[in-house]
Design a binder for this molecule. Sequence first.
Ligand SMILES: Cc1cc2nc3c(=O)[nH]c(=O)nc-3n(C[C@H](O)[C@H](O)[C@H](O)COP(=O)(O)OP(=O)(O)OC[C@H]3O[C@@H](n4cnc5c(N)ncnc54)[C@H](O)[C@@H]3O)c2cc1C
Length: 443
Amino acid sequence: MKVVIIGGDAAGMSAAMEIVRNNKSAHIVVLEKGDIYSYGQCGLPYVINGKVPNTEELIARDVEEFRSKYDIDARIFHEVTSIDTKLQKVSGHDVNSKEPFEFAYDKLLIATGAAPTMPRLENADLKGIHMIKTIPQMNKLMEQLPNVKHVTVVGGGYIGLEVVETVRERGLDVRLIHQGSQLMSVLDPELAKIIYEEAISKGVDVLLNEETIGFEGEQVVEAIRTKTGTYPTELVIVATGVRPNTQFATGFAKLENGALIVNEKMEASIANVYAAGDCASHYNRLKQQDDYLPLGTTANKQGRIAGLNIAGFNQKFKGIVGTSILKFFDLQIGMTGLTNDAADKSNALIEAYVMEVNDIASYYPHPSKMKLRMLVEQQSRKLVGLQIVGKHGVDKRIDVFATALYNEMTFEELLDLDLAYAPPFSGVWDALMQAPKRYGKKN
Ligand SMILES: Cc1cc2nc3c(=O)[nH]c(=O)nc-3n(C[C@H](O)[C@H](O)[C@H](O)COP(=O)(O)OP(=O)(O)OC[C@H]3O[C@@H](n4cnc5c(N)ncnc54)[C@H](O)[C@@H]3O)c2cc1C
């Protein structure tokens, strides 16, 4: 069986490894347009503040290992530009030599991820304007960072915030420019305000409601221009979202943003073609429809399932519930389930419980407050979503709640959970139990 995989990172190589382990007759070719395989993209921001010493540390397995140890025909600088789904072959060219190539497949996996979007901005080609997605991009940024004292970050979503934190921790002055009226637009405004205050307290210059229109400078960026003003800076990092890399895949069913629509077996809309990760749709269990939430966890999971199915199994991706977490200076920001917007759009009536609770027993040293907002479907009492901002213990509450969402538990059933308790870890009624204990229905 000839298997071709396009894209050599999380989804693509998770799939490749499952095929290697489970189908000895498969001949696997991986076509990767860069020269780096299997790296931890999520760790890139931490190279800036030195928590990760260099980008090399992020590489889990290098291309030679895939070739020699697993007998995978792992190509580098091979960019795919088209797929002929009738003749079952992909074609493209070598990025450096422009030499064309063509590979026939019995099964094809598209795992090309997503590319950061650069909004249409004036003078975006000036030196000193960066995006963070790949190791070469990060290496370029790290070459220039020692020469600057002031950085502007455009975009107050999770990658923008991670970058703001790490640049500031490097000792540089940071300005954050965000188009919306609050940081982390998916969060409830009350919780987003805590993040804003954290940024200000750490000396970040935050500009909200500012639409960036371009840059100024001769060859190197010297200022950033918004609709309201012009702000001097020495380096800019743009983090304004991503778009699936699927332009070359024509004739397939896609979401509005271009993500390839896949079924639970990770099959795309044309026979013998699979897709997984940031270039594919992600079925949302709560919305009961295809969604798009490009995260490393999902890319690895979907890649694994695609690989197992290509290898001959019948595995199903059960869907996401929308879980994510982020560290921002001293804050932990976690969310799972429907966001406010999605809850507003749902037909069901949703109740919101907002509380400030301790992370550990109040009498034990150093308890800290976390603010949580729990969404519950009024009629069925089913849990719908949770957002938490706090200093400690957010991760475990979000993960417990995500498990509860996956299992379609109700608000009141949170009280039945047998959660671990000792004073250094939680209150005798855990933070997640406070709302149902106080507001839950009693029979
Ligand atoms: C700064 C940053 C921080 C992040 N932090 C987190 C986090 O904390 N938690 C989390 O869950 N997720 C995080 N993510 C997201 C996570 O990294 C991605 O969801 C994950 O890498 C997606 O994996 P993928 O294999 O689908 O795509 P990618 O990792 O993007 O890999 C796709 C590969 O396909 C190649 N390719 C693209 N087009 C072609 C083509 N035409 N021909 C050949 N090859 C091609 C690319 O070069 C690339 O190597 C972060 C992302 C970034 C950028």
